[in-house]
Every structure is written in structure tokens, then in C-alpha cells.
Design a protein around this ligand. Structure first.
Ligand code: LLP
Length: 423
């Protein structure tokens, strides 16, 4: 990382910093494990995305699931952003963070009646409908409430996103969306329902896409439907192309840049005037955060060297779940530069062999060292759990020379406060 790394993290005088705060100072003040975010990096990612689409009317709806901390939602709301939510809980967070419900799109295959009611009361921008049954349910609830629900159909374009199978969503065997071939009939059905207003069309083919071709293919399939709908007298006000833009996890990887992504999407909608809606998650937060952890023990066995750290799969599940690769950086870079490099498996204290954060990394380590697990801003804290009765980590946001605790470390008593022993 260079001093000007847009990720907000940099090395100075043999120490790793988040903006102008040394990570070692954050660990001393707030303990480990701890997620650390750079406000400047969050802003840079948001404005980079937003600016790339300046040529076309658009709305950036941050996918809350990537990182739902109120401070992050508030930051994007202040930059003019909207939100893509997938639960009533996420809607409550958006409202608590000062987000505008009129800029919220609601995705997901399993919206419950109460969640639909709450979203209608809040006045969200649009429901991204994922099945015929959901369409009927939304109409019925809107009728009961004397409202008209804005809807968009999530179309499954049957495009291979070329990403990890667990995070690919646009193939026909996926549970998401309505098949491309069934969409026209469902739009015609929606047109007959009095408490629905057809506003848009939506697709989302997967996450951590590193090439533009699958995006182009999806937009082409969606635009062919937009034209058929137009011929049928169904005019749309927006086209939602979902999220999915990948980030760089490894130095040697070169995922497509945001301007290349924008060029591909804009070429696909050339000549159209409908507003574009985007649902980026990972791109806006992924590289703006690290997971700060301390080495508890160094353990050498006949086969491997284990660095047992105080963060685990419950804090960052991605390596265990997807075999995901996250860069591991020593916080004391001066020692790391002079010590002897050895291969280490960076593992947590959880009782599972799948509990690793990284494997076979060349590092110069001693017990007590601090490590920064990079690219942990997206799907880190949001997928964390209390497995092994481990309190969730603290979250800190750095803004220039200041650090702010944006979520306190959980305490153990709170973890079982809702439980009861039989009388
Ligand atoms: N829109 C919808 C409807 C989605 O399902 C998702 C992500 C997004 C937008 C945002 O996608 P993004 O821009 O972040 O790629 N836990 C996995 C990623 C799961 C993504 C789920 N849906 C991971 O850690 O890689």
C-alpha cells in the first residue's frame, strides 16, 4: 500500500495507518479483534461510482447487507445515496441512520407480510418482486392499506456471472427472480392489479464479478424485455441493474474498473431515458475496512506453522465459507521487514478446522504482533456470529486524525440475556 492508497490505509515510519491514525493506537484504545474503516475511502468509493454514471440519470442504492452499520448508512445517505434492503430490519436501520425511505428498493425472495406493510408505510421507492405469489401478496396488502405499491420485477437473465457458485444468482437454477421467458406474462398480470404501479425492471446476477462481459450480457437481456414491454404499452421509469462489481483482494488480481463497468452498462442502455438504479455493496465498503487482530500464540507442528489470532471465522466468515483470500498485513511493518519470513496459517480460536483467515502466508511473526486482515469492510461484520459465545468485535471509523467507535464490542452477559432456565 502506498501513502496515497485510495483504500485509506497507508504505511509510515514502519507502522500501518488508517488515514492519520496508527492501527496500533486503535488496538491500544479499543482492543482486538476490531473492524477499522476509513471514512475517506468510503467517500472515495461512493463518489467514484456515482461519478462514473454522471452521464445518465441514476440512483446509487447501497446494498445494506454488505455492511449495515448506522455510521456507514448515514455517510452514504449524506452523499445522496439510496439503499437496497432485503429485510424489515434493514429498513429500520436505514430510517434510524437518517436515510430517505423514498430512495429504498426492497429485494429478496421471502418478504413477509409485515415487512411489506412496513415498507408501504415508509413509502419506499420500489419492491423488487421475485415471484408471482409475492406480486399477488403485495397487491393484496396494498389494497388493505388503501395504497398503491410501486413494483419492479426482478428478472433472472440466465447469465453466468463467473463467480463463486454461492454468490452467483443469475443462472436459471437459482432461487432468485422471475425467468426471463415468464416476465412478460407476469408484467401483464401486474398491469391488471389495481393496487400495483409498475415502475421498473430489475436484475442482479451475482457478486464479486471481475469482468464486464456478464454485466453486458445481463443488460442486453433486460433491455430486450424493456423493448417488448414498451411495445405492449408498459412504460418503465427505472432500470435497476443490481450490484456485483468486484473489488481487488489480491495485488495480482485486476478486476474491471468502475469506469469500464460504467461504459459497459451505459453502452447497453444507449438511447434510453429511464433512470438507472444500482445496488452496489462490496464495491463501496470492501476495501475501506480491515479486521485488526492480535497474535495470541505461535504454534509449530510437524506439518504447519499456526499463528493463532484473536479474530476467528465468527468475525470474518468468508475464508471458511467461500475459501476466500484476504491479504494479511503486519501492523508493525518495520519488524516485518527485518524478521525472517516463514509460511503461517492464520487461524482463530474457534473449534473448527475450517476456522482459518489465511493459509500459507509468508510473514515474520512474534507473539503479541498485530495483523490487519484486508478487504474486510464488506460481508465481514455483517456475516459475523456469536459462535463459541464470542462477543462481536468493536467497529471503529477513522476520519483524518480522529477515531470514532461506531459499534461497541459486545459483552458476554448480553449474549445470553434473552435466554431462560426452566422453572
Ligand atoms: N443486490 C442484490 C439483490 C443482492 O443480492 C446483492 C448481494 C447485492 C445487490 C450486492 O452485491 P455486491 O455489490 O455486494 O456484490 N456474502 C458474500 C456476498 C453475497 C452477496 C449477496 N447479494 C461474500 O462475502 O462474498
Amino acid at each position: 500500500m502506498t501513502p496515497n492508497d485510495p483504500s485509506g490505509f497507508n504505511t509510515r515510519g514502519g507502522r500501518l495507518y488508517a488515514e492519520n491514525v496508527a492501527l496500533a493506537d486503535i488496538a491500544a484504545a479499543h482492543g482486538t479483534p476490531c473492524f477499522v474503516y476509513s471514512k475517506a475511502a468510503l467517500i472515495a468509493a461512493y463518489t467514484g461510482f456515482d461519478t462514473a454514471f454522471a452521464a445518465h440519470p441514476h440512483l446509487v442504492c447501497y446494498a445494506v447487507k454488505a455492511n449495515p452499520n448506522l455510521a456507514i448508512l448515514n455517510l452514504f445517505a449524506r452523499l445522496g445515496g439510496g439503499f437496497d434492503i432485503v429485510s424489515g430490519g434493514e429498513l429500520a436501520r436505514v430510517i434510524a441512520a437518517g436515510g430517505d425511505p423514498h430512495k429504498v428498493v426492497f429485494s429478496g425472495v421471502g418478504k413477509k407480510a409485515q415487512e411489506i406493510r412496513d415498507a408501504l408505510s415508509a413509502g419506499i421507492l420500489c419492491f423488487n418482486v421475485e415471484s408471482p405469489s409475492e406480486l399477488e401478496r403485495i397487491d393484496q396488502i396494498a389494497a388493505e392499506m388503501g395504497k398503491v405499491a410501486p413494483v419492479s420485477l426482478r428478472v433472472n437473465p440466465d447469465v453466468d456471472a463467473k463467480t463463486h457458485p454461492y454468490i452467483a444468482t443469475g443462472l436459471k437454477e437459482s432461487k432468485f427472480g422471475v425467468a426471463h421467458g415468464d416476465a412478460l406474462a407476469l408484467y401483464r398480470r401486474a398491469r391488471t392489479l389495481k393496487h400495483l404501479r409498475i415502475d421498473g425492471i430489475d436484475c442482479h446476477i451475482g457478486s464479486q464479478l471481475t469482468e464486464t462481459a456478464p454485466f453486458s450480457a445481463a443488460v442486453e437481456r433486460v433491455m430486450s424485455l424493456v423493448e417488448q414491454l414498451g411495445a405492449d404499452g408498459i412504460a418503465l421509469t427505472h432500470i435497476d441493474v443490481g450490484g456485483g462489481l468486484g473489488i481487488q483482494y489480491k495485488t495480482e488480481e485486476h478486476p474491471c474498473r468502475v469506469d469500464e463497468y460504467a461504459a459497459a452498462i451505459l453502452a447497453g442502455v444507449k438511447g434510453r431515458t429511464e433512470k438507472l438504479v444500482f445496488e452496489p455493496g462490496r464495491f463501496l465498503v470492501g476495501n475501506a475496512g480491515v479486521l485488526l487482530t492480535r497474535v495470541e500464540y505461535l504454534k509449530r507442528t510437524a506439518d504447519r506453522n499456526f499463528a493463532v489470532v484473536d479474530a476467528a471465522m465468527n468475525d470474518l466468515m468468508r475464508p471458511a465459507l467461500y475459501d476466500a483470500w484476504h491479504d494479511v498485513l503486519p501492523v508493525d511493518t518495520a519488524h516485518a521487514a527485518t524478521g525472517t519470513l516463514e509460511p503461517w496459517d492464520v487461524v482463530g480460536p474457534v473449534c473448527e478446522s475450517g476456522d482459518f483467515l489465511a493459509r500459507g502466508r509468508k510473514l515474520a511473526l512474534k507473539e503479541g504482533d498485530l495483523l490487519a486482515i484486508r478487504s474486510a469492510g464488506a460481508y465481514g461484520m455483517s456475516m459475523s456470529s456469536n459462535y463459541n459465545t464470542r462477543p462481536r468485535a468493536a467497529e471503529v471509523m477513522v476520519d483524518g486524525a480522529r477515531m470514532h467507535v461506531i459499534r461497541q464490542r459486545e459483552n458476554v452477559a448480553a449474549l445470553f440475556a434473552g435466554e431462560a432456565i426452566l422453572p
